[in-house]
Design a protein around this ligand. Sequence first.
Ligand code: TRP
Length: 434
Amino acid sequence: MENNRPNWSSRAAFIIAAVGSAVGLGNIWRFPYIMGQYGGAVFLLVYLILILTICFIPLMAELATGKTLKKDCVSAYESVNKKFKFFGVLNPLTGILIASFYFIVGGWIINYIYVSALNLKIENYSEYFGLFTQSSVPACIYTLVFLFICVFFAGRGVKKGIEFANNVLMPMFAVLLIGLISFSLNLPNAHLGLEYMFKPDFSKISSEMFLAALGQALFTLSIGMGALLTYGSYIKDDKNITKSAYTIIFSDTLFALMAGIMIFPAIFSFGLEPNSGAGLVFVTLPYIFSQIPHGNIVSFAFFLLLLAAAITSGISIIEVPIASMVERLKISRTKACTILFCVISIIAIPATLSFGVLSDVTVLKKSIFDFLDFITANLLMPLNAFILCIIAGWFLKIKGNMFLQNKIAAFLFDIGLKYIVPIILFSLMYIGLK
Ligand code: TRP
């Protein structure tokens, strides 16, 4: 079996796929709105500290576990100890839940591509966003189209598509973002947005904010559901993964910061609210585009490139359940993709409808969509990352000196993996559930 497992054609192919997994809707859609809900600059500060320090550890641990064991999540955990199989299964299950709300947002993007292509004139963007998300049938169709695209690419083997998306489309996306940033920074009162982003108000610190920052950091780096473990399992033995980890963290942080600097000055300039939630980017950005000459073309390009980023991430989310199904159930990739399409649809359709006809249905006082986002980012991903650190540090004996030259760094890594990161993850989950 092991010899039949896919391998990355080169180190670059792996880095590209891993960066493709990391940079996605988490950076452009989720990061600004979560930051807006938790008070701006303080959140950014905590987020950056987490991403540059402790997140490196579970990121490396996931990659190294994948590279060492060369198995899908379930088989990997089971090979360490038969009793760990259940923990392994949690990963693809988390993936299915993440996909069920992530793909809805992917569907929104497709709608905005369509709207910009037709150059439809919209009077009030926040009203439009509300009407669109409440529109049961069209919204569901868009969700399913996005799901279909990801499943289709994943089913066909993704190397070429992902490499193209990342080598060509991502640099184009970065250039477009820089253009939009300079537009945004030149708007009246743009400095208020920068202050909101970079001048921390320490009175806003709270334990929930820490949890949200950690959830966002894990989410944006794709840690905590086996995506990196699965991608890591396709790495050949002679490849060093440290540089890859730095590249993932650097590119991901860069895209998140660019998204923030593009959006917050515009929000303040147009007198919008930074804490308006999941619709933030879908209301603010179309508004900015409507102010720019030939805005519909810019808008079309922006959402198309965002779609490419979302697809490369979406593929990595479903790769985890696909790999587990193919290797555990011994079924073909096509069959696994078909089953997954059905399973995700069953959860994603009610979640899509939770903006409209099912808006009264709540789980823990949250709509189905918000619940899926909350439960995965604040509970399941930290939990999976916690279990991974314990297994990698205590059972698999992954050590810092396997990939870090500097002795002190390697020592800190070992302590972090075995004690500090698990304790932080556990305490934050505990706070989050209280
Ligand atoms: N990191 C991606 C983003 O920021 C989303 C993502 C892809 C993800 N794969 C993942 C999130 C695995 C959690 C786990 O858009």
